[in-house]
Design a protein around this ligand. Sequence first.
Ligand code: UN1
Length: 496
Amino acid sequence: MAKTFKNFIGGEWVAPTTDAYFENRNPADTSDLIGRFPDSDRRDVEAAVRSAKRGFAAWSRTPAPVRGDVLRRVGHLLVERKAAIADAMTREMGKVLAETGGDVQEGIDTAFYAATEGRRLFGHVVPSELRSKWAMSYRRPIGVVGLITPFNFPMAIPTWKMFPALVCGNAVIIKPSEDVPHTVHLLVEILLEAGLPPEVIQLVHGRGETVGKAIVEHPEVPVISFTGSTETGSLIGETCGRMHKRLSLEMGGKNAMIVMDDADLDLALEGILWGAFGTTGQRCTATSRLVLHRKIHDRFLRRLGDAAEGLRLGDGRQDKTDVGPLIHEASRDKVERYVEIGQEEGADLMLGGKAPGGRLADGWFYRPTIFAGVRPRSRLEQEEIFGPVLSVIRVSSFDEAVKVNNGVRYGLSSSIYTGNVDLAFSAMQDLDNGITYVNAPTIGAEAHLPFGGVKATGNGHREGGWEVYDFYSETKVCYVDYSGKLQRAQIDAASP
Ligand code: UN1
């Protein structure tokens, strides 16, 4: 009998007010029921906000280095449980164990970074215009932070948001994706074990249209961070704009890898297999377009077809698997729809284009799929698919490749394979994305560097690295005048 899970609200594990639950099943084998999770509603969010405000009152006054110490203990517990969490994550999300281990590792790295940031959180002291006066800034906690996270990085993305928010002194309400509720459940258990005061964290399971919406619309949640589709992000943005909330959005991508005629083709081949079909293409950084220079186009494509055909689909918990299933039926339907669109648009389906049958029929599997001869500006080339579908585009020059890369509405990640240092630097300058890789695929951003994209991918904020701490704290400026008289800035200029 599968376990029934609870929310964590008000410092305890509680059933949802609705008394309704949804099922969490293994996407590699839908007969495997992992558990039932709360299908909560607005009332649960209301209770979570009340409690988080109490949590914030105490936590915001806890010294930042002490807050950092809690995160360090969280990091150690994640290290201890890495294998068990990776196993649970693969069971609910599908990607292979090496990848879910990497996902936990991003959480570990983020925890240790956040722990030390508790001893920095730098402000500035700058010279005043006036004599006997100090001018300085420092960072203050903001309040209750609402986090809405996706299915594809069940540990990494919640931790990217949560750990910086916590070390900055905020209280957190998190609603993880309904597809991967178990991983965040395990994370919250670890936070509590590490000594986080219980009311500082609230976990409310449920659907985006109910729980997510209630968090976004709650007047006492001034900060929202969301990772997911550009469509949902736009809706959240409207509400947050109207309510003057601070909002960080990480949304879609249509990332391209450019392979020039002087590239190391062995390296590029390995890179494209990993970038396009790793995580079954379900990364916002996934390489979904391959831009090939005409001089190597035919040769490279032949090799790619053979290599991709050799990728083994299967249960991510089995050793030999390269590519796991998609997350759910709707996701596979979407991939199927785009395969039809590609064919209608006249692109050449050279590999895949169907679900495997046989022993994989009980999961949401789909074969690695490659379309050649894809035209720039076609729907296949422009729209985010979030699955194992690669579009190949042929170009005649570097300038044309840059144009193709930049000709989509998204701007997360890009990549170029070349041995020419001038082209590499030109690419870093001209590719209109938040991240550019040279001689590496579009995936694999490191946890201690800013992560995010331009255009319809984001709204100007970055996760990770040093920049995310700005998002989760408010700058306060203080002036101290110890001259003993009224000095008027901009009017009483100090003489040399
Ligand atoms: C995402 O797909 O939402 O850069 C995040 C990467 C990972 C994170 C991806 N570190 O591919």
